[in-house]
Write a protein that binds this ligand. Structure first.
Ligand code: HEM
Length: 410
């Protein structure tokens, strides 16, 4: 728990970001896997993710060459999270008229502004360096972060309270709002303490937005750098949007999911450092209590010992029987060469949600738009909390014209 993240995460006293696991964290994680992000709950939201992804594609077409790619992707993922947790969204600036869900969303617009401002503070180089070196940051910066965090938390508490009141209205004879079964509804009946309800929503916006939007940004940049791979994935995406099986009928991944896996391998977005809470060892190396361990996932995904041709961007490796087609069934050490969501008792609780969002966005983008570079693509990386492209880049988008399906001869 670095200092700045501690400020955002309520000092590590609630939510997922507790420094040391305890019974309450165990209870929260069980609730997360069995209810909040269960297969049924994520599947229920799939149509919402698909709709949001199509709006992203239209927005990119309407603002091709001009809108910031990064903020458009971020808005799309924020909206997926808003739909998932609050059954609402905030329109892209190019939407005319805004979709049905985007009316009366002023508090949610403010919530997104606050979470954006907090994210910029958390990922500023000065914050990152002072966190890593353990030196106190500029007190003005800390105060700014504290103020933003308390504003965000107060707004979230208001939104939670408003939903509680809406649920309870029925008790006074007034009509109770119909349950929406979104994440907030599930949280309110989960029996979790109020501070866990609040900080689970905080974690959704802090841990669940930039990770996904950065993966999508890499997907677009790598798709522009490798147009043949983009075209291959599009052939499958177009079939799957049209109601087909999405490609591979066997246990192998469809080309779209293979593309996402390869992006996560090629540009692994995140692996958090961990601190030993007692003397221990890793792979024969002593790790005294209080020492921090970084698992170098980036190096692992480029290791000749584990991957064939590791520096090549090749989605096909995930479908080849000689390479990674059977990876999902791997056990032991060989299952640990690809850990985009980590493993063990602190593994990412949002993996299922992330995969559904990535699948929806990648499929809709491929099926709706073709994109290409306007200048040579720069694939260099900025090292921070997540592994982002060092340079924000523009791409040119054009609509994919659907060919009429060939008539079947009887
Ligand atoms: C491409 C998307 C994502 C990637 C690559 C990713 C990856 C990770 C990784 C590597 C960790 C660290 C686990 C560890 O230290 O062992 C983590 C933690 C976490 N992730 Fe994700 N994540 C993604 C999306 C999401 C989403 C959508 C959510 C939504 C709730 C989420 C919520 C969290 C939380 C709350 C933690 C902290 C868990 C803990 O400390 O116990 N993540 N994630």
């Amino acid at each position: 728990m670095v200092t700045s993240m501690g400020i955002s995460a309520g000092g590590g006293e609630a939510g997922f970001a507790k420094a040391v696991p305890d019974r309450a964290l165990g209870q929260l994680r069980r609730t997360a896997f069995s209810q909040l992000f269960s297969a049924a709950q994520v599947e229920r939201a799939q149509a919402e993710f698909d709709a949001e992804a199509r709006l992203l594609a239209e927005h990119l077409l309407a603002s091709s060459d001009s809108a910031s790619l990064r903020s458009s992707l971020r808005r799309c993922v924020q909206n997926m999270v808003l739909r998932f947790a609050f059954s609402t969204r905030v329109a892209h600036p190019t939407e005319e008229p805004p979709s049905r869900l985007s009316t009366d969303t002023a508090p949610f617009g403010t919530l997104l502004e606050l979470t954006d401002a907090i994210w910029s503070e958390l990922t500023a180089t000065s914050t990152f360096v002072s966190d890593l070196l353990g030196v106190p940051a500029d007190s003005a910066v800390r105060d700014r972060l504290r103020n933003l965090v308390s504003e965000r938390n107060a707004l979230l508490v208001e939104l939670i309270e408003a939903r509680r009141v809406a649920h309870a209205r029925g008790g006074n004879g007034a009509r109770a709002d119909a349950p929406r079964n979104d994440m907030l509804d599930v949280l309110l009946v989960s029996g979790l303490p109020p501070e866990d309800v609040l900080f689970t929503l905080v974690d959704l916006f802090v841990a669940g937005v930039n990770t996904v939007s950065t993966t999508l940004e890499w997907t677009l940049l790598l798709g522009a750098e490798f147009p043949l791979e983009q075209a291959r994935a599009r052939a499958v995406a177009t079939r799957s949007v049209g109601g087909g099986s999405g490609g591979a009928p066997t246990t192998a991944l469809s080309y779209v999911d293979a593309l996402t896996n390869e992006v996560l391998r090629y540009k692994p977005p995140l692996l958090l450092p961990r601190m030993a809470v007692r003397d221990t060892s890793v792979g024969g190396f002593a790790v005294p209590s209080g020492h921090v361990v970084f698992a170098n996932h980036w190096a692992l995904t480029r290791s000749e010992a584990h991957w064939r041709d590791p520096t090549a961007f090749r989605p096909e490796r995930w479908r080849s029987a000689d390479e990674e087609a059977g990876f999902g069934a791997a056990r032991g050490a060989s299952a640990c060469k690809f850990l985009p969501y980590s493993i063990g008792q602190r593994a990412c609780p949002g993996q299922r949600l992330a995969q559904a969002e990535l699948h929806a966005a990648t499929t809709a983008l491929l099926a709706t738009v073709r994109w290409r570079r306007m200048a040579p693509i720069d694939l260099s990386e900025d090292f921070g909390l997540t592994l982002t492209p060092a340079v924000e880049q523009q791409l040119r988008f054009e609509r994919v014209e659907r060919r009429a399906a060939p008539r079947r001869l009887l």
